[in-house]
Design a protein around this ligand. Structure first.
Ligand code: CMP
Length: 141
């Protein structure tokens, strides 16, 4: 069983797409084990995007992700990391396959609605940045 970290970014929250996006993962059959609406501090944003430090889009990324509330989530299921990435689509909306979240709703790489962990190691690291273990709800379904 895998866990992954997903975060609807400020553009997704502001456009009223939380329900639409959450519904896609629910209908896929994944299990929501943690969720909260929150503002991201600069310190958290820097930890989360540490691997992008120094890249030309890094400062813009920090500014964007701290600009308004995000909807942070932890989802669980077999191959949750890969399945969620598949539903989200490629980073560049132009390359995202039809039917993916980014293809259906995003037009810009910087404002691409949602983040999804790209590996199990990063998923655990990112979950640790945004959630305490007590905030994750274990249940059988
Ligand atoms: P995300 O999955 O949150 O991870 C890093 C983010 O940086 C990415 O989504 C994009 O929003 C943003 N970004 C901007 N430009 C690029 C780029 N050239 N390559 C990758 N990510 C980029």
């Amino acid at each position: 069983m895998e866990r992954t970290y997903l975060m609807i970014k400020p553009d997704g929250v502001q456009r009223g797409l939380i329900g639409e996006i959450v519904g896609r993962f629910e209908r896929k059959g994944l299990k929501l084990v943690g969720a909260k609406l929150m503002n991201v501090s600069l310190e958290r944003a820097e930890r989360h995007y540490a691997e992008h430090k120094g890249k030309d889009f890094y400062e813009m990324l920090l500014k964007f992700i701290t600009a308004g509330p995000v909807f942070a989530m932890v989802w669980e299921g077999d191959q949750a990391v890969g399945l969620c990435r598949a539903l989200i689509g490629k980073t560049n909306a132009l390359e995202a396959a039809p039917g993916t979240i980014r293809s259906d709703f995003a037009i810009h790489t910087n404002f691409n609605l949602i983040h999804g962990s790209d590996s199990q190691d990063n998923a655990e690291r990112e979950i640790g940045i945004f959630f305490t273990e007590e905030e994750l709800v274990p249940y059988d379904k």
